[in-house]
Design a protein around this ligand. Structure first.
Ligand code: GUN
Ligand code: ZN
Length: 432
């Protein structure tokens, strides 16, 4: 039994603060106590310190928040971030498919997976739902690297039997690979499996049916795909599925829309599809930096809230332009304001932590630093840059949080802890 205690300012947002007045929990001088990486006490230092007399307390000089949960990101695309010139469909053809073909080489996949997870840690992200490639070993490479770092990662082989040369699978191979991967990884470390058809345009009807069969056979796995991101994509989906009422319905017909389904983007949605999403309990990973970068549009927070759709936040690297969930929350604010709504910074933090965790069905384990949760947390630095220091000096908690979202990025991540162990220390340039 190993007890550890950290003292500092602690903030978490367990529920959507737009609907729950008790969503936010803040201790200006708090204590977080953990046993073997699990939180056993949290509260005001003055109230708790006497209960743990023999336990050494480490002071953390920053704002302690839950580790970020990136609800949608592509690890094979990290080296194609910032690829110039195209919207979604042309960008995929010109920049992304060639990069993903290189993952036929397992050694390449392993090298990129390690660098990718280290980049997440540098940015304070401790959990993520990750797209690999069509190659089964791209999942093995990622999960091996995640186990080595004890990170909470969900992923699953990409299904795409209508993909380009070199990135196509077949129905039979997809079935065998997916079943084998689920058997190999489902209960290891902190991992979970996600059935991952790339999007409606890259899978045949028979393969979408296979995805539905996999979900039905394995009720513990997630469904992870893209939805209604780009207008040309939406038009092509309606062409391909003329009987579907809307884009979501093309997935629904194959049993892919349920409480464990995570759809990235969801920008161009009619009210009927929003109502269906809410009714099934499926949710959306909002990806504002990607939506701006690919000229896809602005997510409609008002429409989603009117229907009560579950939301999380994703970087969507390599269409996304940053691994930082702080920066991504700042862009969510700007995307909402483009449609006339000013998001509260506590809602931004909720999306980046407990909201995404709930979307990935890991909200009981991480995301809000509550008792019994795994002690994944980040120490944010309000003095990360001279400008952030000036803007946050003497500011309220809400102002500091907002400034960190608008001006902050990896520079504001002083340390990242995984189950109570330091996994990234900015000053040491690695783990300490
Ligand atoms: N839709 C289908 N594939 C992709 C992808 O790799 N990135 C994004 N942003 N959208 C997609
Ligand atoms: Zn994506």
């Amino acid at each position: 039994m190993t007890l550890k205690a950290y003292r500092g300012e602690i903030l978490s947002v367990q529920h959507d603060p737009r609907h729950r007045p008790d969503a936010t929990r803040h201790e200006s001088d708090g204590l977080l106590v953990m046993e073997d990486g699990i939180i056993v006490a949290r509260g005001a230092y003055a109230d708790l310190a006497d209960r743990y007399p023999g336990v050494a307390v480490e002071n953390l000089p920053g704002l302690i928040v839950p580790g970020f949960v990136d609800a949608h990101v592509h690890y094979p695309q990290m080296d194609r971030i910032a690829a110039h010139g195209e919207q979604l469909l042309d960008w995929l053809e010109r920049h992304i498919f060639p990069a993903e073909k290189a993952f036929a080489d397992r050694a390449h996949a392993s090298e990129v997976a390690g660098v990718f997870l280290d980049e997440l840690l540098r940015n304070g992200t401790t959990s993520a739902l990750v797209f690999p490639t069509v190659h089964a070993h791209s999942v093995d490479a990622l999960f091996d690297a995640a186990i080595a770092r004890n990170m909470r990662i969900a992923s699953g082989k990409v299904l795409m039997d209508l993909g380009p040369d070199g990135l196509r699978d077949t129905i039979e191979a997809a079935r065998e690979d997916s079943e084998a991967l689920i058997r190999r990884w489902r209960s290891r470390g902190r991992l979970s499996y996600a059935v991952t058809p790339r999007f409606a345009l890259t899978s045949s009807d028979a393969q979408l049916r296979l995805a539905g069969d996999l979900l039905a056979a394995h009720p513990d796995v997630l469904l992870h795909t893209h939805l209604a991101e780009n207008l040309r994509e939406c038009a092509a989906v309606i062409d391909r599925f003329p009987d579907a009422y809307h884009y979501l319905d093309a997935y629904d017909r194959f049993g892919l829309v349920g409480a464990r389904s995570v759809f990235a983007h969801g920008i161009h949605m009619c009210d009927r599809s929003c109502a269906r999403m809410a009714e099934t309990g499926a949710g959306i990973a909002i990806c504002p930096s990607s939506n701006l970068f690919l000229g896809s549009g602005f997510f409609d927070f008002v429409q989603a809230d009117a229907h009560g759709i579950r939301l999380g936040l994703g970087t969507d690297v390599g269409a996304g332009t940053s691994f930082s969930m702080l920066f991504t929350a700042g862009l969510a604010y700007q995307a909402a304001l483009a449609r006339g709504t000013a998001l509260d910074p506590f809602f931004g933090l909720y999306l980046a932590t407990a909201g995404s965790a709930a979307l990935l069905h890991i909200g009981d384990r991480v995301g809000s630093l509550e008792l019994g949760q795994e002690a994944d947390f980040v120490v944010l630095d309000s003095n990360a840059t001279p400008l952030i220091a000036r803007r946050t000096a003497g500011a309220s908690l809400a102002e500091r949080l907002f400034a960190l979202q608008i001006l902050g990025d990896d520079r504001a991540i002083m340390r990242t802890y995984i189950m109570g162990e330091c996994a990234w220390d900015r000053n040491a340039g690695g783990s300490s």
